[in-house]
Design a protein around this ligand. Structure first.
Ligand SMILES: Cc1cc2nc3c(=O)[nH]c(=O)nc-3n(C[C@H](O)[C@H](O)[C@H](O)COP(=O)(O)O)c2cc1C
Length: 161
């Protein structure tokens, strides 16, 4: 760590890195789980793998470990209510307030998102206070042609056309 390293400056720097916004979800024993995640990234095309980094203690993380399946819904620019709703802590079923679709595997996803990536759990690895979740993509489906959501400096923005 350099002498000039400041945690506050580092956090402020990271806020200036724009990301997309997703809701990562799964279903287990008749219940749906989901959380807003911007740590999503693609890993490989051959085989098709994606990653998301989830904080330990997340209900969604716990459920994915058991169901071994999850869906990444990519949010559109007008889904701020979902981005905020799915980032809430608590035990309520977050899907109750939103339009929910279900994959052929029985996993819930956000119907109004721009598209979804269906995954089987490929690898789960503990990393500090997070878990790295790697998914083997089984389907990638476009729902609509809406603009995409961007998270930048703690605000939800939208891409151009
Ligand atoms: C824009 C945004 C991005 C987020 N990205 C992540 C992420 O990548 N990983 C993570 O663990 N939490 C992330 N969160 C926080 C989770 O959404 C939050 O902890 C949520 O309450 C977890 O819900 P759960 O316990 O029902 O799974 C993010 C929140 C926001 C608002």
């Amino acid at each position: 760590m350099s002498e000039s390293f400041s945690g506050d400056e580092y956090r402020e720097l990271l806020r200036r890195y724009p990301t997309g916004v997703t809701v990562v979800s799964t279903s287990l024993n008749g219940r749906d789980y989901g959380a807003t995640m911007n740590s999503f990234t693609t890993v490989s095309m051959n085989p098709p793998l994606v990653a998301v980094f989830i904080i330990k203690g997340s209900r969604t993380l716990d459920a994915i470990g058991k169901s071994r399946k999850f869906v990444v819904s990519l949010l559109s620019g007008n889904q701020e209510d979902a981005a905020v709703g799915f980032s809430r802590d608590g035990d309520e079923d977050k899907f109750l307030k939103f339009s929910r679709g279900v994959t052929s595997d029985g996993i819930a996803y956000l119907k109004d998102s721009i598209g979804r990536i269906e995954c089987d759990l490929y690898m789960e690895e503990d990393i500090a206070d997070h878990a790295m979740i790697i998914g083997r993509v089984t389907a990638g489906i476009i729902h609509n042609q809406n603009t995409s959501m961007v998270y930048y400096r703690r605000k939800f923005e939208t891409t151009g056309k």
